[in-house]
Structures are given as structure tokens and as C-alpha cells.
Design a protein around this ligand. Structure first.
Ligand code: NAP
Length: 299
């Protein structure tokens, strides 16, 4: 099968097409003929050697999430059959014609694989951080990066719980953030004053999805480090802020999110759909922070 692989750390150009052995599903896994593979910030950081992981010693396929049609079942898999369309967390890389997944959900008819694939990582992350922040009805949550893939889901899940959300985003994304139910504001200088004007009684919790140096402002707004969580800022430990890195993958929660997306009760944004071989350009887009939504590769 064809796949995009990385054999050394470097810029987007180190991603290249290669012929790789077709993966075989192990116990509990299914193999899918990939219709859509999403690109995440993690893929970019891993390719660049910025995660602390050792350099690849053989061609490695990036990609954390895939949607596609099941073509082979591993031992013990139940409730899904060859020909079913699923979306899930990729095992062993998703930028390929064939990929494995062990935590997956069915994609209802009518939901495009390029839309479904926006969900596994972003929905898991948004659900996990809201659980950590434990925000409830009547409280005010500040989301840094409310227009991003994780941010837009965190906004919607919080609003659904009766939480008032203030979300930072570029001005071009303010209408979209408002449509999700949040009050948009711009990031950058003067943020603390803008948020205080919008929430004179203060914010009860803060989620940073940007890693863009917003923790000091967040601490100022909270009057301390309590109920602030970042998913992207390496300085969190120095500042005494909770960073959440470890995923808690759950097929039932993924299925709920997929069904909500299919019903129109959740919305996600696709920034670009590109051929698999354009993975280097996809990485440039994600790295720029200006993709405008999830970047999706199509084999
Ligand atoms: N820890 C974990 O478990 C975990 C899980 C998933 C993702 N992540 C990480 O979390 C981050 C976000 O992921 P994502 O998929 O949501 O990314 P994304 O879709 O690319 O969103 C990035 C967001 O950052 C905003 N942004 C860009 N520059 C900014 C700045 N200077 N100040 C404030 N906001 C800025 C963008 O807003 P505008 O476009 O409106 O400017 C956009 O909303 C990535 O670093 C990713 O690697 C971590």
C-alpha cells in the first residue's frame, strides 16, 4: 500500500510517499481502507522532533485518526463487519491507503468521512478537559483558541451544559465562534481588560488550546492557577498550571460525538481537504495556525 512516511526529523519536506506493507489487524483491531486521515498538531511536532520522542529508525506513518471502510477484522472484534464505514483513532499511522484502529465508531449514512474524521482527537480532548475543569451551569469559561478544532468542540459541549463561554479567536472567526454560542474576543495585548469587561464577576475556569503564551493572563484573570488547564503549553509546570496530555479514548464517547455531528447537534470545521501526497503542504497549513479548521488528507 502507499503511505506518506517520515524517516528523519525535519521540515514538512521530510514527508514522502513510500510503498509499505499492508498492516494486519491484531486482536480487537479492524483494518480500514482509508477515505480520510486528519492532520493534527501532534503529527507536526513529532515530524519536527519536538516531542522528546526518539528519531525514527525506519519509515514511520504519521496520523492519529482515520475514517474509512472496514476490510478486515482482527480476532474478537464484534459489532462491525467488512463494508461498514467507521471512524477512529489510528494504530500505527493514518496517512496511508490502509490503517488499523481499535477504538472506533460507526459513521452514520449521510456523514462524510472527511467530516467524521475531525472528531476522534478533538472530541476526546474537549471532553477530557471539560471533565477536568468541571464547569457547570451558570459558570463562565474562557476558551483560548475557540475557533480551533479542540476549541470549537469545547465551546459547544460547555454551552450545552449551560456554561457561559468567552472564546478568543482572530476577528475573521468571530462570527463562527458566536454561532457556536460563545462571546468572541480577540487574543493579544489587552486580553485581560477585554475579558474583565465581558465578565465583570470574573471567569470560573480557563481552557488554553493555543500554547501561545496565554497562561500568565489566564492566571491574572483567575487570581491564581486553580481551574486553568492547558493542552498545548510546555511552560505549564513552571507556572503551576495543569497540563493535560494523556488521552482517554472511549468508543462510546466517540460514537456519541459522531452521532451528534450526523444529527447536526455538533459542528466541526474542515479547513482543507488535500490528496495524501500533499501531506507536506497539509503540515505547513497546520503549522501556520491559520488552517481555518481541520486539515484532512484523502488517499
Ligand atoms: N494535550 C492534548 O491532549 C492535545 C490534544 C489535541 C490537541 N493538542 C494541541 O492543542 C493545540 C490545538 O489543537 P487544535 O487541533 O485545536 O489546533 P487548531 O485547530 O490548529 O487551532 C489552533 C487555534 O489557535 C488559535 N491561535 C493561533 N495563534 C494564536 C495566538 N497567538 N493566540 C491565541 N490563539 C491563537 C487559532 O485561532 P484563529 O485561527 O482564530 O487565529 C486556532 O483557534 C495544538 O498545539 C495541538 O497539538 C493537544
Amino acid at each position: 500500500m502507499r503511505a506518506m512516511v517520515v524517516e528523519a526529523f525535519g521540515g514538512p519536506e521530510v514527508l514522502h510517499l513510500a510503498e509499505m506493507p499492508a498492516p494486519r489487524p491484531g486482536p480487537g483491531q479492524v483494518r480500514v481502507r482509508v477515505e480520510a486521515a486528519a492532520v493534527n498538531g501532534w503529527d507536526v511536532k513529532t515530524r519536527a522532533g519536538a516531542t522528546g520522542a526518539p528519531a525514527p529508525t525506519s519509515p514511520t506513518v504519521p496520523g492519529l485518526e482515520v475514517a474509512g471502510v472496514v476490510d478486515e477484522l482482527g480476532e474478537g472484534v464484534q459489532g462491525v463487519a467488512p463494508g461498514d464505514r467507521v471512524v477512529g483513532f489510528a494504530v500505527g499511522g493514518g496517512y496511508a491507503e490502509l490503517a488499523l484502529t481499535a477504538v472506533f465508531a460507526r459513521v452514520p449514512a449521510g456523514l462524510a468521512p472527511t467530516a467524521a474524521v475531525t472528531l476522534p482527537v478533538a472530541a476526546e480532548t474537549a471532553t477530557r478537559v471539560l471533565r477536568l475543569l468541571d464547569v457547570g451551569p451558570g459558570e463562565t469559561l474562557l476558551v483560548h483558541g475557540a475557533s480551533g478544532s479542540v476549541g470549537e468542540l469545547a465551546v459547544q459541549l460547555a454551552v450545552r451544559r449551560g456554561v457561559r463561554v468567552i472564546g478568543t479567536a482572530s476577528p475573521r472567526n468571530h462570527d463562527r465562534v458566536a454561532a457556536l454560542g460563545a462571546t468572541p474576543t480577540t487574543y493579544g495585548a489587552g486580553l485581560v481588560e477585554r475579558v474583565r469587561a465581558l465578565a465583570p464577576d470574573g471567569v470560573d475556569a480557563v481552557l488554553d488550546t493555543t500554547g501561545a503564551g496565554v497562561l500568565p493572563d489566564s492566571i491574572a484573570l483567575r487570581g491564581g492557577t486553580d481551574r486553568i488547564v492547558t493542552i498545548a503549553d510546555d511552560t505549564a509546570a513552571e507556572l503551576g498550571v495543569v497540563a493535560s496530555w494523556r488521552s482517554e479514548r472511549d468508543a462510546g464517547e466517540l460514537a456519541e460525538a459522531v452521532d451528534a455531528l450526523a444529527r447536526g447537534d455538533l459542528a466541526t470545521t474542515v479547513g482543507a481537504v488535500l490528496p495524501l501526497a500533499d501531506a507536506p503542504h497539509a503540515h505547513e497549513l497546520v503549522e501556520s495556525g491559520r488552517a481555518g479548521g481541520k486539515v484532512v488528507l484523502v488517499p
